[in-house]
Design a protein around this ligand. Structure first.
Ligand SMILES: [Zn+2]
Length: 184
């Protein structure tokens, strides 16, 4: 007669013993009703983690139980490792999702970024003197541009009532230069 002991998912020697006992009883029942398997390989093929042939020494049984226990500890450690790996992967994918959401927000921000002509620009136009005749110039309008909210561009347009000159002032470079005649 044989004793099978399955140690998969066993957490203590008590569970191993219980499993061994259960398998033993099942085997007893099966052997009475269906006959004894012809060899050890048959039992192993049936999925037994250990096969002991009776009569067997208590030391042999104890050794098998110890072997199965350490196997179950190994399995548990491997399970822990896998869980940790899954956790790391999940954190990584969470980070990727957040990054892509931030990217979408950035794209949306640059889409809503205001562009075009306005007479109420974000930065107040400076008071400038005409480079030709040194007279106070009159602010006319502004142009807003740039790639995004973070990198804005603003051009202010001025005209000189005295010499009829028209100029544009770029905020990023702080340069004033002559411009085409203003439309407004
Ligand atoms: Zn002038």
């Amino acid at each position: 007669m044989m004793v099978e002991a399955s140690a998969r998912n066993c957490s203590s020697s008590w569970t191993v013993l219980q499993a061994a006992h259960r398998l033993c009883r099942r085997y007893d029942f099966e052997s009475k009703s269906a006959g004894v398997p012809t060899n050890v390989r048959l039992a192993e093929a049936a999925g037994a983690d250990a096969v002991l042939i009776k009569p067997c020494l208590p030391q042999e049984l104890a050794a098998e139980i110890r072997r199965l226990l350490s196997q179950s500890h190994e399995l548990k450690a491997r399970g822990r490792e896998l869980r940790e790996k899954v956790g790391t992967q999940r954190a990584k994918s969470q980070e990727l999702i957040q990054r892509s959401e931030a990217n979408q927000r950035r794209v949306a921000l640059s889409r809503v970024h205001r562009r075009g002509a306005t007479s109420a620009p974000p930065v107040a136009p400076p008071a400038l003197l005409c480079p030709t005749c040194d007279q106070q110039m009159k602010y006319v309008t502004s142009q807003i541009g740039g790639v995004s909210e973070r990198y804005p561009e603003q051009w202010d347009y001025f005209e000189c009532k005295a010499c009829r000159g028209t100029f544009e002032y770029r905020h990023r470079t702080r340069k004033l230069r002559a411009s085409d005649p203003l439309r407004s």
